[in-house]
Design a protein. Sequence first.
Length: 254
Amino acid sequence: MKIALVTGASSGLGREFVRQIAEQGKVEEIWAIARRRDRLEALQSISAVPIRVLALDLTRPGDMEYLRNTLQDELPDIRILINAAGMGRMGPTVDIPAKDNDAMIDLNCRAAVDVTDAAFPYLHPGSQVLEICSTAGFQPIPGLNVYAATKAFLLSYTQTLHYELSPAGIHVTAVCPYWVKDTEFIGIAEKGGHGFRHYPLASRSQDVVRRALRDSALNLRVSTPGLVCTLHRAAAKVTPNLLCLPLADWLSHV
């Protein structure tokens, strides 16, 4: 069976990926993974493709083992893998609880690698793997320290995976959007009262997902789905961190 496997599918970019993948009609079933079962079950209302609900917490070893066992039992043909599960916290590093830092590292890094590893045996020529990184992964960012560091890890991991799997005809793309205004991320990341003053030129999930799927089909190593993240990527390549750090700090307060 040809499937798409989408983590973080209950909201935000993950939910929009489910909707647009269903519209493409290239898979027979979408396996939707997130913790909130009720939201996963509601996905069927926006999908013409059957949804398999997997209410899992990817930071729990038992749930990760359940996913591996399910894949081994079903032996699907994974045509599209979307790793959209992730979390962030804003604020000075010393003000963010250790448990939140641990959770960011565990979900944004380890869980993404584990899900991708579990999917390897079921990927075939033409399969697409999209790891949802962030423009924050291009440089260190005060106020987003640990989150940006986790996305830098995922960006590096994905770019190497692109190189390693390209000879097998498997497309691997790191998707690095700027702020996305119509998701829950900003509100949750501002928990504790910290946040940026403005989120200018923020994108919309529909546009980010459409561009990301197009770039994946083209087998681009990195997708910057929008003008701001494209400019940020170019600027980060030529600007040393010694200048990036105070500039990013200043921009967050203007």
